[in-house]
Design a binder for this molecule. Structure first.
Ligand code: ATP
Length: 366
């Protein structure tokens, strides 16, 4: 059992022509014992590089990685007591499941053969693959191969688990099932885990804590709900949530936010949170927009239904402020609430649901 800490960890790759790429830029993170941290961000933001530095597969350019307080920057991968599961599974095709799972133990420990057999069989039972131990990887489904890759990591009884997009090769149904299984497994094992994905749904549903990376820089660390309700900046606000938050460029005139198509009056308390920032972005989550038939309140605006996207239990309704406009924003409403394309509806947005960002820096002001 252990905790892992990254202090200002930086990775600079130097290309053949001398060009430097800062893939990871002063990232600081703490993963407590037993915690499930999901590292999320768009392609190329530095997720895999971060994980590979923790595993010892990539050198650290600057900063420190600590396991239980000791710096492990220069420790070899095998000395780290950290197990990594790759997207590709990386199973040996010529070995059986049993051999794939026991290979690492035979190579790196002095564990007696009987104990290795028992450890492998326990892990296989835990993962529901005990009847597949004598098969070769080619004779397994994607989901079964994924379990073998996990099993190979589990038998090492590591202090830290690193999982790099482990479910991305599975179909949607199996992915959803494996998400739950992985969470349960991680809880049972109680091992500090870093899970890398570019999929925000995976991050939201699995994580104790999410760390959001963009362009090598950490944007926010928090529980899924903190990142959803209190995004630190425009990047996090747009990355977390599906459909994405709606954004409107607004200018401030006293206690009013002025947009080309509407004016939104703030209470003095909310206005005071904005300091002296005048050029702002108003952010509204699709699920915070309420559609009504009458204009009976402040913060209500006439809009026109452009497109209705039925999602089953919910509808995504694309709205415009002007019947002829093509600039839409989206509201998510109950699937039982029926609206017609072309219809005029009143969109109501309560003040406690709005997000306001400084336009130049992107920082959240409230
Ligand atoms: P993805 O989700 O697509 O796997 P990622 O977030 O894991 O992306 P990384 O693979 O960590 O991103 O890459 C971060 C940046 O570092 C990218 O710009 C990438 O091109 C660059 N990079 C990664 N490995 C190397 C390398 N060996 N040499 C040079 N640049 C590299």
């Amino acid at each position: 059992m252990a905790d892992l800490q990254l202090d200002d960890v930086t990775k600079v790759f130097v290309e053949d022509d001398g060009n430097e790429i800062t893939a990871v830029d002063e990232v600081s993170l703490a993963i407590d014992d037993g915690e499930f941290l999901v590292l999320v961000g768009p392609s190329g933001c530095g997720k895999s590089t971060t994980l590979r530095m923790v595993a010892g597969l990539e050198t650290v350019s600057d900063g420190a990685i600590r396991l239980d307080g000791s710096v492990i920057n220069d420790a070899k991968p095998a000395e780290r007591d950290i197990a990594m599961v790759f997207q590709s599974y990386a199973l040996y095709p010529h070995m059986t499941v049993r051999e794939n799972m026991s290979f690492g133990l035979e190579e790196s420990t002095s564990m007696p053969d009987e104990e290795i057999t028992a450890t492998v069989e326990d892990a296989a039972t835990m993962l529901g693959i005990d009847d597949l131990l004598d098969r070769k990887p080619d004779d397994l489904s994607g989901g079964q191969q994924q379990r073998v890759a996990l099993g190979r990591a589990i038998v090492r009884d590591p202090e830290v688990f690193l999982l790099d997009e482990p479910l991305s090769n599975l179909d949607a149904k199996l992915r959803a099932q494996m998400r739950t299984e992985l969470q349960r497994l991680q809880e049972d094992l109680g091992v500090a885990t870093i899970y890398v994905t570019h999929d925000q749904t995976e991050a939201m549903t699995m994580a104790d804590k999410i760390a959001i990376l963009n362009d090598g820089q950490l944007q926010q660390v928090g529980t899924p709900l903190e990142c959803y309700h209190e995004p630190a900046n425009l990047f996090v606000a747009s990355f977390i949530g599906e459909p994405s938050m709606n954004f409107f460029d607004v200018s401030r005139d006293g206690e009013t936010l002025v947009h080309d198509d509407f004016a939104y009056d703030l209470t003095p308390e909310t206005a005071s949170e904005l300091g002296d920032h005048d050029e702002l972005v108003l952010g509204i989550r699709p699920e915070d927009i309420e559609l009504r038939s009458t204009q009976d309140d402040t913060h209500s605006y006439e809009t026109f239904v452009d497109v209705v996207e039925p999602m089953g239990n919910e509808n995504n309704v694309y709205l415009t402020f002007d019947a002829d406009s093509t600039e839409t924003f989206v509201a998510t409403i109950d699937g039982l609430h029926h609206v017609e394309e072309g219809q005029s509806v009143i969109a109501h947005v309560p003040e406690d649901a709005i997000h306001i960002f400084d336009r130049a820096s992107g920082t959240a002001l409230r």
